[in-house]
Design a binder for this molecule. Sequence first.
Ligand SMILES: [Zn+2]
Ligand SMILES: [Zn+2]
Length: 179
Amino acid sequence: MKIRVDDITDKPRLLTFEEPYDAFPALASIHKIGQSEFLSPITVELTVVREYGHIRVKGEVSVGMRFACSRCLALFDSVLRSDFTVFYTEGNHFDSDEDEVELAEEDLVSVSFEGEEIDFSHEVAEQVIMEMPLKPLCGDDCRGLCSTCGADLNEGDCGCESASFNLKFNALKNFKVEK
Ligand SMILES: [Zn+2]
Ligand SMILES: [Zn+2]
């Protein structure tokens, strides 16, 4: 996911990339842990343009992923998408520990580059990671597992429902699967 700096002009240019997840070390290690899997190549559309003192890159990244629901543990697939803008500035006017300056707006990132090429891989991988849900849900209305018997409540009531409201309420509050 590279472009020669000389090929970037003040006329916006659209670039499309498609690369397997294991071309990105950070994504490969997420996949290896196994809680989330990549099902498709990472697809990226970038519009690059030179303006003022920097290069502006507006991008959209998408990838098919498989997650385990944090409530019912079922596996489900979904397409993860993220829109982002990165400003690349030539030279290293930043201290090494300030290479990346996050600006006020969340998905606006400023990065410095050196040399004749810009490699977008690092920022693209970072966008994917930021977009990954911390607590994936198979659906907003997922009912989770019964805290008493462990049954998947999405498949119907297990019978423990007849317990008092208090019990049910506490079970939801301190969700854990009893052994
Ligand atoms: Zn679920
Ligand atoms: Zn139950």
